[in-house]
Design a protein around this ligand. Sequence first.
Ligand code: FES
Length: 501
Amino acid sequence: MASGDDDNSYWNATAAPTRFPQLAGEVHVDVAIIGGGIVGITTARLLKDMGKTVAVVEARRVGREVTGKSTAKMTSQHAIIYQTLERKFGEDRARLYAEAQEAAIREMSRLAAAHGVSADIEEMPAFCYTRDEKHVAEIEKEVEVARRLGLPATLVRGDIGLPYEVLAAVRFDGQAQFHPTRYVAGLAETLPGNGSHVFENSRAVDWEPTRVVTDTGTVTAGVVVMATHLPLGQVGGYYAMAYPKAEPVIVAPIRHVPPGMYINAEQPSHSIRAHRAPDGTTYAIAAGQSFKPGHTDEERQNFADLEHWLENFDAGPAAYRWVNEDYTPMDSAPFIGWSSSAKDGYLVATGFDAWGISNGTAAAMILADLATGKDGHAWLDIFDATRVKPMAGGGEFVKENLSVAAHLVGGYLASKPKSFEALAPGQAAVMKIDGDNVAAFKDETGTVHAVSAVCTHMGCLVGWNETDRTWDCPCHGSRFELSGRVIHGPATRPLGSKITG
Ligand code: FES
């Protein structure tokens, strides 16, 4: 497997490759969009439907990064969330979150049908359950709050289609699952023409509120949307208001096929949905307990836990394994809209807390309206990206910011080899060489791939992602290939000089 290979995701490996050109020269459009995931492509499609010209500038391949590595649930059922939102924002704002998610599910089905996109959308109930007496009251409360907010929630006990009994579950009907890479790539195919464009292999290296610059060209526009997981560089300071988390994902054939989409309320977290492949094999698409990016020991442990849990479903050996990332916002609601209250900033969307399919589509619906000059949007009452001090942060964030400070000083050293010679084949380490922090990996042929371990975003030390063979930054989630090339930001410059031993 190549470092940072996007095809270690089942979704990417089973979608036709996209072939959009690289940006060349100068292009002018109404709206420039950095990032070709679900937020960027959906925003572009909605804007084009409103008669605007758009240019999507994607650093790698459309739909194959964070969206193409998700578990692809179209659901407003986000584990235990509504009682938390009601506590932090009040009932009216929590209702806006609920409405936005339900509207997003309907919008995805509408867009796929309207544009002839085949994305395996299947209606499926979604469950959040517990097997732990301590969480039963929480589930009951979630049902009560969700129903009050207008969501299709019911309380279930006992058998919910899993290979074990549960004590209590909240069931949401009218939800769906789909193929994320085919959905995003399919929508992207409908964009070029009549003054609109999609560019791949075009990394934004500089930006202004009306201009995006790559190494090969420039897009000028009335508005720039940053649909880049976390806004690039230091735009809006979101790196300090949302922290990154990584999740292990395993795809394995299963004999016990659950008839819904599931996640538990307790830890370790286990999420599962099934997918039937064209050859008739049914796979589990399963995600496990999150960990801090680049913390190799936790990654190893959480993959082992997930693999063990999948035995409940009579699973065969894993066919695909990858790590996905998302950002947890400090007050539980994503940041969507203008990055600056002076409105001379960028349109942004970030902090989906691993529920990026519905949140990402809802974000696109808001961003498209704002990009066409609308003054506001009802859902911004909860998502407004300019809420300077998120209303309800807490101890978790104090802890996260202290952790960032620690990574700036010393990094996270999961393994101890202190020289290239001491590395075993297949082993990686961050080590000090002549006073420099070096990230080194020895491949199976004995070649050492070494780059600076200092993240080019804000200087934290990167850590090793053993599954994808990438260097991941624990502070704000940037990811880099073994060669140092950026996979995704907020960093936009590669890790420093390469040394190969
Ligand atoms: Fe911010 Fe690495 S992503 S320091």
